[in-house]
Design a protein around this ligand. Structure first.
Ligand SMILES: *Cc1c(COP(=O)(O)O)cnc(C)c1O
Length: 354
């Protein structure tokens, strides 16, 4: 059972607003990191959020009706042939290359009006955005931006969750220099962790995703965010296993003593990653219960020998107050982002605060 706490989501957005000096948007890509983009958009719009980001045009179209009049921008750039769809749905492209800019400008000239856009400057990520050469071309020929109403100039931090990484200040300073050479515009810099890098990383618009959904933006320190996701799995069967008998695929766990095994109906097809085999922990009544054996597609097994009160029908907590998403991620060898965006579609979902 997957429970989504939209009150916590709203609280997290407000908490980020209290830290960041400028406005705070919401990044809702990948179905709002797995928690549900429509619910998240509706609640955050109600909360007063007026800037939203997704990765794909289709994701933007799906939530356009939930955030009327708000800026709704697509991070992945302007694919050729999609220009009319952007206009039809009042969605704003994030221009990521001079080719994007040329096509959006052509559309503006065709319509005889200026068109809104964000401009993405690459200051070190080397994925999307104008690279150094394209940026130089644009600062030499700023009239290329004449057909555009520049909403924000943005860049994206490479290692914001590592406050001591020198690339943070390098990107901040590069971004500042480029912005000084471009026509005056509002700026957008920090992601979740960037908001916590100090006021010199503040801008007119922060773009948090993960922190809204409860992932710790300051790894290594206490989590300033509230958990948004609670995942529980129900015990299907409890069985006795004799010493020397193994459990699950490939028999990677063998009982050393007379043991009780609980089988829960959550597996890697539900996003409970196979890398948690023999490593994960669930909680029952606040006490840790070790995962044993392989995580299989639809099932996971736990050693409940020390928990006589766990019987068929009991609910084990997989993600929640005792097992934060960051702890699950650490056990799985990944980050909280991947745990959340992997959450499966088979769970019964309960949305609180909708
Ligand atoms: C995903 C993304 C964000 C949000 O990042 P978080 O670390 O989840 O806060 C912000 N900006 C861009 C460009 C992104 O791709």
């Amino acid at each position: 059972m997957l429970e989504i706490d939209l009150d916590a989501l709203a609280g997290n957005w407000q908490a980020l607003r209290a830290v960041h000096k400028g406005a705070v948007s919401a990044v809702l890509k990948a179905n709002a990191y797995g928690i549900g983009a429509e619910h998240a958009a509706t609640r955050l719009f109600h909360e007063g959020c007026r800037h939203f980001f997704v990765a794909h045009l289709e994701e933007a179209i799906a939530i356009r009706g939930k955030v009327p009049g708000a800026l709704l921008a697509v991070l992945n750039g302007l694919l050729p042939g999609t220009e009319s769809a952007y206009l039809e749905h009042d969605i704003t492209p994030v221009i990521g290359s001079l080719a994007d800019l040329a096509r959006w400008s052509a559309k503006a000239r065709e319509l005889g009006c200026k068109l809104p856009a964000l401009l993405h400057i690459d200051t070190g990520m080397a994925r999307l955005g104008l690279d150094a050469a394209e940026t130089a071309t644009l600062t030499d020929e700023p009239q290329r931006l004449d057909p555009i109403t520049l909403r924000y100039v943005m860049t994206h931090l490479v290692s914001a969750e590592c406050p001591n990484d020198l690339i943070n200040t390098m990107q901040r300073d590069r971004f500042r220099l480029v912005c000084e050479k471009l026509p005056a515009s509002a700026r957008s810099l920090a992601n979740s962790s960037g908001i916590f890098l100090g006021t010199s990383f503040a801008s007119e618009l922060a773009r948090p995703g993960a922190a809204l959904y409860g992932v710790n933006p300051t790894p290594g320190g206490p989590n300033p965010m509230q958990p948004v996701v609670r995942l529980r799995g129900q015990v299907l069967q409890v069985r006795a296993v004799k010493p020397g008998e193994s459990v699950g695929y490939n028999g990677i766990w063998t009982a050393q003593r007379p043991s009780r095994i609980a089988t829960v109906g959550i597996g890697y097809a539900d996003g409970w990653l196979r890398s948690l085999s023999g490593r994960g922990t669930a909680f029952f009544d606040g006490r840790p219960v070790p995962l044993v054996g392989r995580v299989s597609m639809d099932l996971t097994t736990f050693d409940i020998t020390d928990h006589p009160d766990i019987t068929p029908g009991a609910w084990l907590e997989f993600i929640g107050p005792h097992c934060p998403v960051d702890d699950v991620a650490a056990a799985a060898g990944t980050n909280g982002y991947e745990i959340l965006t992997s959450l499966g579609r088979r769970y019964a979902r309960i949305v609180h605060g909708a």
